[in-house]
Structures are given as C-alpha cells and as structure tokens.
Write a protein that binds this ligand. Structure first.
Ligand code: ZN
Length: 189
C-alpha cells in the first residue's frame, strides 16, 4: 500500500503525550492509545473529544455497545464537566444510529460501578447499551464459535461506522469505510 496521508496521527501523538493517567492494563485505554488505523481491529467505532464508543467483543445481543469517557476513571462521582456529560450525549447519538440500523424495541442501558456490582473492568467506567427485542434471548447461542462472532462484529463495525458518517457528518473512527449502497436495505436482519 502507498504511504497514507494520515493527519489523525498528529492528534494521536498529542493524545499519547497527555495520556499519563491511562492504564495499559485497561482495554479501553489501550484502544484509545492505539493508532486509529487499528480501531477496526480494536472495535473502537467512534472517538469523540471526551468519550468513545467500542463494540463489546462478547456481546449479549446484536449491537451491544460500550460507551465510556476517555479518562480512566472508575466511578461516576470521579467524572465532571465534559467527561461526565459527553458520554451521555454520545449514547443518545449512538442509540439513534442503532435505531436506524436494527430497529430494536427497547434497550438495556446501564453501568456496573465496582467489582461487587459485576464490573468486568472496574477501573474505567462504561455504559452498556444493549438493544432488545420482544422474545430475544440474553445470551448469544454460539459462544463456542468465537471466529464467527468476531467476523460478524467487524461486519457490524463497518455498518455502524458508515451509518455514523451518514448521520452526523462527523468522521467516524474508520475513515476508510465508505457508506455502502445496501446499508439501508439490510437493516431488518
Ligand atoms: Zn482505562
């Protein structure tokens, strides 16, 4: 591949310099610190100034997103200003995209704060956004088939990134992804 013009690298370098509080043991911090060119692999689907959206690698349902502040902070009380408010705004916009893509009948939206509450990543607060349909099941029936899940996650990633570009005009995490012509017609899968 020819050399890419990659203006986001400058932002990445600036962010890396200021990310002293990031925890390398935290997959959200690792995803944010990685070059945006690795966002698809890391399932980082939307970077915003104070928040990020990541696909859950082990989804409870189709479209299961994690929305987090960029800062490595484990409690709601530890967040303030844009770190507190932008994730909620991001969630609202991500849900608008999911509505169009998947047309769910409801959502579970919630935070597990602390290990005792079931947080799998207690150091970095994140909201789970899980689309729900009447009669759906809580768990994917094919947990043994990791490869299949990963492939469908990347397919979902591309569709979500394309929808996000379409909705907001704001560049999603994957600049190489162009909106697909058939994106609207397969929303009812
Ligand atoms: Zn973190």
């Amino acid at each position: 591949m020819d050399r890419l013009w990659a203006p986001w690298r400058a932002q990445y370098i600036r962010e890396s310099a200021g990310a002293a509080a990031a925890d390398p043991g935290c997959f959200l911090c690792r995803g944010l610190a990685a070059p945006p060119g690795e966002d698809r692999e890391n399932l980082v689907v939307w970077r915003r100034p104070h928040s990020v959206v990541v696909l859950n690698r082990f989804p409870y349902n189709n479209g299961h997103l994690l929305v987090a502040p960029r800062v490595h902070q484990g409690t709601l009380g530890g967040l303030s200003g844009d770190d507190l408010t932008e994730p909620v705004e991001t969630m609202r916009r991500a849900i608008a995209v999911l509505d169009r893509m998947l047309n769910p009948q409801g959502y579970n939206i919630g935070v597990n704060q602390g290990k005792a509450a079931g947080a799998g990543l207690p150091g970095h607060l994140h909201w789970h956004v899980v689309p729900r349909w009447d009669g759906d099941t809580n768990f994917m029936p094919v947990l043994g088939q990791t490869k299949v899940i990963v492939e469908s996650l990347h397919e979902f990633y591309d569709r979500f990134a394309a929808e996000l570009c379409f909705e907001s005009g704001e560049r999603a995490a994957a600049p190489q992804v162009a909106p697909r012509a058939g994106a609207a017609s397969d929303a009812a899968e």
